[in-house]
Design a protein around this ligand. Structure first.
Ligand code: PHE
Length: 382
């Protein structure tokens, strides 16, 4: 479906001992959903770019959307002040290609190189990102983010760019940048959703301070749509832009598209089914019309877990065997046998295909395979 040079699974499946990219993830890279003009992810991306292109803040936002999804640990973490022991670096959360290269976990991985290049004082950068995670209707190990960065001209800073720490965050210049960030993003939400209820809260990211998260109200519920903040001066220093200050934000395109198009399941974005892709047109936001769902098949599996049990390894193993026909995996029971000193977990797996009816036999075969392979995680199936 794409001619992208990134759509070559062999790039991601190295024999390096640190490689933990399974073939079903390698097969997703390079699909380029965010650059397809008539795909919901591409439509939302274009609508965001349109907002920034028409913003009268006197700034031109340079567009990047074709960077290599393989980045270094320096780009993804060190350049962003993410400490060595941060859980986001762990192979239980992140797909490593080698010990020093990985599938980017966020588009912030490209901030520093674009800052350092000096090519633009403002830019938008979109791409596919990867995180090992549970799977359900709103979580998928591959999704898309759009990053925005804006630096402010030195003349507006009146020397404040020399300030550090509290002196900087307490300055009126830092507050002005945070205010510009918030009003820019509120305007973006109105551009996407019409007038919508929003709320800000404080957040934490190692690469911005202060940091915020924005939630919008959708069908009576508050939904987090983005993280942002004033770029940490050390991030700018490391990119040789210590003479500047600015803001950054990162938002999830799936989350926005699911709300705008009323798409009920995040896995639909990856389907080639004409009943899905045929519904969308460049520049048009219209409600998705669900097509009939095939019936689910439920299977439970219970096992004693070892001390070093990693839940994501189990989720991923199941997906490696059954792929996208696993709609949901849910832990439904957990107990510890005090005598044995062991803990048992029971999971319910919902199997459902989006384009055909599953037979009980084929699901049993997958479940049997899982029961055998899961022992490789050191568990004891009950
Ligand atoms: N990279 C952050 C995330 O993925 C979002 C973010 C981007 C936060 C830029 C602040 C600034 O959660």
């Amino acid at each position: 479906t794409t001619s992208s040079i990134y759509a070559d699974p062999s790039r991601y499946l190295s024999s390096h001992p640190s490689n933990n990219v399974p073939p079903h993830i390698a097969a997703l890279v390079g699909r380029g959903l965010h650059v397809r003009p008539d795909h919901p992810i591409g439509i939302v991306r274009a609508k965001i770019q349109e907002y920034f292109a028409n913003l009268d803040d006197g700034v031109t936002y340079r567009i990047y959307d074709a960077e290599d999804p393989i980045v270094t640990t320096t780009q993804c973490f060190d350049d962003l002040r993410i400490p060595p022991d941060h859980p986001g670096r762990s192979p239980s959360d992140t797909y490593y290609v080698t010990d020093t290269t990985l599938l980017r976990t966020h588009t912030s991985a490209h901030q520093s190189e674009h800052l350092r290049s000096g090519d633009a004082d403002a830019f938008l950068c979109a791409g596919d990102v990867y995180r090992r995670d549970e799977i359900d209707s709103s979580h998928y190990p591959a999704f898309h983010q759009l990053e925005g960065v804006k630096l402010f001209p030195v003349e507006q800073m009146r020397g404040a760019e020399g300030l550090r720490g509290d002196e900087w965050t307490d300055s009126s210049e830092c507050k002005a940048i945070a205010a510009d960030l918030k009003s820019t993003l509120e305007g973006l939400m109105d551009h996407l959703f019409g007038e919508t209820e929003k709320r800000w809260s404080e957040d934490y990211f190692p690469f911005t301070t202060p940091s915020y998260e924005l939630e919008i109200k959708y069908e009576g519920r508050w939904l987090e749509v983005l993280g942002c903040g004033v770029i940490h001066e050390e991030v700018l220093d490391m990119s040789s832009r210590g003479d500047r200050r600015g803001w950054a934000f990162g938002l999830g395109l799936e989350r926005l598209a699911m709300i705008l198009f009323e798409i009920p399941d995040i896995r639909l974005f990856w389907t080639d089914d004409a009943r899905f892709v045929g519904q969308f047109k460049e520049g048009k936001i219209r409600k998705f019309v669900p097509y009939s769902k095939y019936p689910p098949v439920y299977k439970d599996i219970a096992f004693w877990i070892p001390e070093n049990y990693i839940e994501n390894d189990f989720y991923e193993m199941a997906r490696g065997i059954a792929g996208d026909i696993i709609e949901r995996m849910e832990m439904i029971d957990e107990f510890t046998n005090a005598k044995k000193g062991k803990t048992s977990k029971c999971y319910r797996i919902t199997y459902r295909s989006m384009d055909r009816s599953l037979t009980n036999e084929e699901v049993d075969a997958l479940q049997d395979e899982l029961r055998v392979k899961v022992e490789n995680l050191g568990v004891e199936v009950r």
